[in-house]
Design a binder for this molecule. Structure first.
Ligand code: ADP
Ligand code: MG
Length: 271
């Protein structure tokens, strides 16, 4: 349960003793076991772990797409019963309607929620501008590059002003340069909107350059085995990526995380 501090709820999301088992044709698959996680307002959490360890499953529980087999998942001290716009999700492949132009894709959620025409225009333009897509309103998704499509997906989520943004390897399909630009964009958005972010990645450098807390998971069934509070994201501006990555403190945390993940991956092969 979320603790109340000065009458205010301390955590945006609380996961208590979460386990999840999938029922497949060949029996049960234990994807998560005893996961405990409290997410504070404004945190930028990055999740790392071996492939198949349950990262996406964890995100889907927070999003409300899946109900845990055991345990409690809450947002603002209320049970998470299903998806809603308070928790906006960005996947690896952009989720846009191919038949709608970029403006209508971004405005879609607001139209569904019956916002007035004026509000829809104001918010849609604001977030298209924030993600750098002004001038592309009339383009169809297929006319844009992968990075631009992902920015449109992001605007589509942001326009609803969610309390939390959940991202599942959102930049995994992009080339290295676009990826770095997207990291800069998401950091700027996080700073400007003071949003709470939960981002899954398989890239340790991406995690360390964005997160205020890095969470490392064990191999399946996924548990949280180590957490690191970090502040490198505050030191990175423009071209300073390489400088930060050369710091002794950065390299030592990076090595430690890689060792943990490699040990977990070896266990999978030995089992
Ligand atoms: N719908 C499903 N039915 C059965 N097993 C699943 C299902 N979805 C995922 N799994 C299994 O659960 C484990 C965790 O999956 P997932 O959360 O996608 O891992 P990750 O995102 O860390 O790669 C994997 O072994 C995967 O094969
Ligand atoms: Mg996954």
């Amino acid at each position: 349960m979320s603790e109340k501090v000065n009458g205010k709820i301390e955590y945006v999301v609380t996961l208590k003793d979460i386990s999840l088992r999938y029922r497949g044709e060949k029996g049960e698959v234990a994807a998560l076991k005893d996961v405990n996680l409290n997410i504070k307002e404004g945190e930028f959490i990055c999740v790392l772990g071996p492939s198949g360890c349950g990262k996406s499953t964890l995100l889907k529980i927070i999003a409300g797409f899946l109900q845990p087999s055991e345990g409690v998942s809450e947002m603002d001290a209320n049970p998470i019963n299903g998806p809603d716009w308070h928790r906006g999700v960005v996947f690896q492949s952009p989720t846009l309607y191919p038949w709608l132009n970029i403006y209508d894709n971004v405005a879609f959620g607001l139209k569904m929620r019956k916002f007035s025409k004026g509000e829809i225009e104001e918010l849609t333009n604001k977030y298209l501008e924030l993600v750098g897509l002004k001038g592309f309103e009339k383009h169809k998704p297929y006319e844009l590059s992968g990075g631009m499509r992902q920015r449109a997906s992001l605007a589509r989520v942001l326009v609803n002003k969610p309390r939390m943004i959940l991202m599942d390897e959102p930049f995994g399909a992009l080339d290295a340069l676009t990826r770095q630009n997207m990291q800069t964009l998401i950091r700027t958005i996080w700073t400007k909107t003071e949003n709470t972010v939960f981002l899954i990645t398989h890239d340790v450098d991406e995690a360390l350059s964005l997160a205020t807390r890095v969470i490392v998971m064990s191999s399946r069934p996924g548990r949280i085995i180590k957490e690191f509070n970090t502040g490198f994201t505050y030191c990175i501006y423009g071209e300073s990526h390489e400088e930060v990555r050369g710091k002794v403190e950065y390299m030592s945390i990076r090595d430690e995380i890689l060792k943990i993940i490699n040990n977990q991956t070896e266990e999978i092969f030995i089992k």
